[in-house]
Design a protein around this ligand. Structure first.
Ligand SMILES: O=C(O)CCC(=O)C(=O)O
Ligand SMILES: [Fe+2]
Length: 181
C-alpha cells in the first residue's frame, strides 16, 4: 500500500515468476508504447531512451537494483478509494502504464471512477474521468507528459487515482512497466 500511494483498499503485488498472462501482457503491450515513450522523452528534454523489448528494459531495471515486480491486483470495497499519486519506484521509469478494469460498473460497483489530473505550470490542476467498461484498459502517463505550447513543448505533471466506491466491489489489474527498488 505504501509503495502504491495512499488510499483505502487492498493491493496485492505479483511475485516473480509472474503468472503467464501477466508476463505476456507486459511484454506484448510494451513494444506498442516504446515509440511514444521515446518521443515524449525527446520532446521533454529527458535523456533516457527505451529499448525495443520489455526484456531489455527490465534487465536495465534489475541491474540498477529495481528488482521487485510491480504488476498488481487492486480490490476496493464500499468507501475505498485511491488517492491521486504517481507510480515512481526508482530511477528507471517507463513513462506510460496501464490499468484494466476487471469488474462491471453499475452491476458490480457504483462510484469508483478512474481519475487523471494534469497540473500545467502556474495553473490549477485539471481533472479528467476516464469512463471504463469491464475489460477496458487505460494507458496513461506515470509522471509527466509533453504539451505543445506556442513557445515550444512544456511538461505537464500527471497523477491518477480512483474516486470513492459508493457501493459494491471493484477489481483492477495494474501494469507498471518498470520494476521497483
Ligand atoms: O484501480 C485503478 O483503476 C487504478 C489503480 C492504480 O493506481 C494503478 O494501476 O496504478
Ligand atoms: Fe497507480
Amino acid at each position: 500500500m505504501a509503495r502504491h500511494g495512499f488510499g483505502r483498499g487492498e493491493y496485492r503485488y505479483f511475485d516473480y515468476p509472474l503468472p503467464d498472462t501477466i508476463a505476456l501482457l507486459r511484454e506484448a503491450v510494451y513494444p506498442h508504447l516504446v515509440a511514444t515513450a521515446n518521443r515524449w522523452n525527446a520532446t521533454m528534454g529527458i535523456d533516457m531512451r527505451y529499448p525495443s523489448t520489455h526484456a531489455a528494459f527490465i534487465a536495465r531495471c534489475h541491474e540498477s537494483g529495481q528488482r521487485r515486480p510491480t504488476p498488481l491486483l487492486l480490490r476496493y470495497d464500499r468507501d475505498d478509494y485511491n488517492c491521486l499519486h504517481q507510480d515512481l519506484y526508482g530511477e528507471h521509469v517507463f513513462p506510460l502504464q496501464m490499468a484494466i478494469l476487471l469488474s462491471q460498473p453499475e452491476r458490480d460497483f457504483e462510484g469508483g471512477e478512474f481519475v487523471l489530473t494534469e497540473q500545467r505550470p502556474r495553473m490549477q490542476s485539471r481533472a479528467e474521468v476516464v469512463p471504463l467498461r469491464q475489460g477496458d484498459a487505460v494507458v496513461f502517463a506515470v509522471h509527466h507528459r509533453p504539451v505543445q505550447g506556442t513557445r515550444g513543448a512544456y511538461r505537464v505533471n500527471m497523477r491518477h487515482g480512483v474516486s470513492r466506491i459508493r457501493s459494491g466491489r471493484r477489481h483492477t489489474l495494474g501494469i507498471v512497466f518498470h520494476d521497483a527498488l
